[in-house]
Ligand binder design. Structure first.
Ligand code: FE2
Length: 318
C-alpha cells in the first residue's frame, strides 16, 4: 500500500489517498499519516467510509481527543462524547431556528484557529461531512507558516516576543453578537505568543485570528490594527484554498499552523451536517479531562446559554 499525497498549494494543503482509514491501521501507517499532516498542515480525505466511532478512533492517532463541550440550550445529536456538532441542525435534525446560536455560528465565518481562546490549545481538528449543501458550504484554510516566513524581516523583528490575548467572546462580538468590552473583560481570557514554533515541522507560524483581542503591552487601538494586518497578510490569495465536501469527505487541519473559516451558504435553507473531533496540543501539560465545559461554565453567559440581559439584546437585534 502506498499513501498518495497530492499537494494543493506548493507549501500547504494536500489531498491524501491510497489508504483505508475506516479500519485498524498499523503503527508505520499511523506514523506516516502524522508526518504528512505535520508537513502539509491541512489534509483532505475523500469518501472515507468513517462512521462516528471510526471518526473518533482515527482521530486518536494524533493524540488526546478532547471531550466536546455540551450546552444546556442545545441538546446534542452526537453519539460519541468527543464529537463536536458543527452542523446547522438541532437535536431533532431540523435546521436551527435560534437567533443566538445562528449569530454564534456567524463567528465561525471569520478567520480563526479553533480553541485559541483556551489556555490549552488544540492541534488537529478532523471535520467529517455527513450532509453537504448543494452549493457552497466549504471550509477555507490559510497557511500561517508560509505567511510568517514571507513577512519582511522588519515585521518579524517587531513581532519577536509579543504575546496576545484571545477570547471566544471577542470573536462573537466581531461577528455581531451584542457583548460589551466590559462584559468580555469579565470572561475567561487566554494568552499566547503571536509567533510560535510549530513543533510538528519545526517551522515558525503566526498565531492570530478572530479570537485574538489585544496585543499584550500595546495600546488597544494599535494592537488591534496589528492583529487585523496580520490576519489580512495570512489570508492573501497565495496562502488560501477552499475545501468542498461530499458526504464521507474529511478535512484535517492543524490549528497551530493554519487559520480557517466557514464558507458562505444559505444556512436557513440548506442542511449542513458536519461533525468534528479536536486533538489537544501535544505540548500541553494540562491533564484536565473536560476543560471546554469548565471554561464555558466559568463564562456563564454564552451564546449557547445566554443570560436574560443578553437574550433581550439578541431578541431586540433580531
Ligand atoms: Fe473552527
Amino acid at each position: 500500500m502506498t499513501i498518495e499525497v497530492k499537494p494543493i498549494l506548493p507549501r500547504f494543503g494536500a489531498e491524501v489517498s491510497g489508504v483505508d482509514i475506516s479500519g485498524p491501521l498499523d503503527e508505520e501507517t499511523k506514523r506516516q499519516i502524522v508526518d504528512i499532516q505535520n508537513r502539509w498542515g491541512v489534509t483532505v480525505w475523500r469518501d472515507t467510509g468513517l462512521d462516528d466511532a471510526g471518526h473518533v478512533a482515527f482521530s486518536r492517532i494524533f493524540g488526546h481527543v478532547e471531550l466536546a463541550p455540551r450546552h444546556s440550550a442545545k441538546p446534542s445529536r452526537m453519539s460519541e462524547p468527543e464529537l463536536f456538532d458543527a452542523s446547522n441542525l438541532d437535536a431533532d435534525g431540523n435546521i436551527v431556528d435560534n437567533e443566538s446560536i445562528r449569530l454564534a455560528a456567524g463567528g465561525n465565518r471569520l478567520w480563526h484557529s479553533d480553541s485559541s481562546f483556551m489556555d490549552v490549545r488544540s492541534s488537529q481538528a478532523l471535520l467529517l461531512c455527513h450532509e453537504a449543501p448543494p452549493h457552497g458550504g466549504p471550509t477555507w484554510f490559510a497557511d500561517t507558516r508560509s505567511a510568517y516566513e514571507d513577512l519582511p524581516q522588519e515585521m518579524k523583528d517587531r513581532l519577536e516576543g509579543l504575546e496576545a490575548t484571545h477570547s471566544y467572546f471577542w470573536s462573537r462580538r466581531r461577528a455581531g453578537y451584542p457583548y460589551t468590552e466590559e462584559e468580555i473583560d469579565a470572561k475567561p481570557i487566554a494568552r499566547h505568543p503571536v509567533v510560535h514554533v510549530h513543533v510538528g515541522s519545526g517551522r515558525k507560524a503566526l498565531f492570530v485570528g478572530a479570537h485574538t483581542r489585544d496585543i499584550v503591552g500595546m495600546e488597544r487601538e494599535e494592537g488591534r490594527k496589528l492583529i487585523d494586518e496580520l490576519i489580512d497578510w495570512c489570508t492573501q490569495p497565495q496562502y488560501v484554498f477552499p475545501v468542498y465536501y461530499k458526504p464521507g469527505d474529511m478535512a484535517i487541519w492543524d490549528n497551530l499552523c493554519s487559520l480557517h473559516r466557514g464558507g458562505e451558504y444559505d444556512d436557513t435553507l440548506y442542511r449542513r451536517d458536519m461533525r468534528r473531533t479536536t486533538v489537544r496540543d501535544p505540548q500541553a501539560e494540562e491533564t484536565a479531562l473536560d476543560h471546554y465545559s469548565r471554561m464555558f461554565a466559568a463564562a456563564a453567559d454564552t451564546p449557547f446559554n445566554p443570560a436574560e440581559k443578553t437574550r433581550d439584546r439578541i431578541l431586540a437585534k433580531a
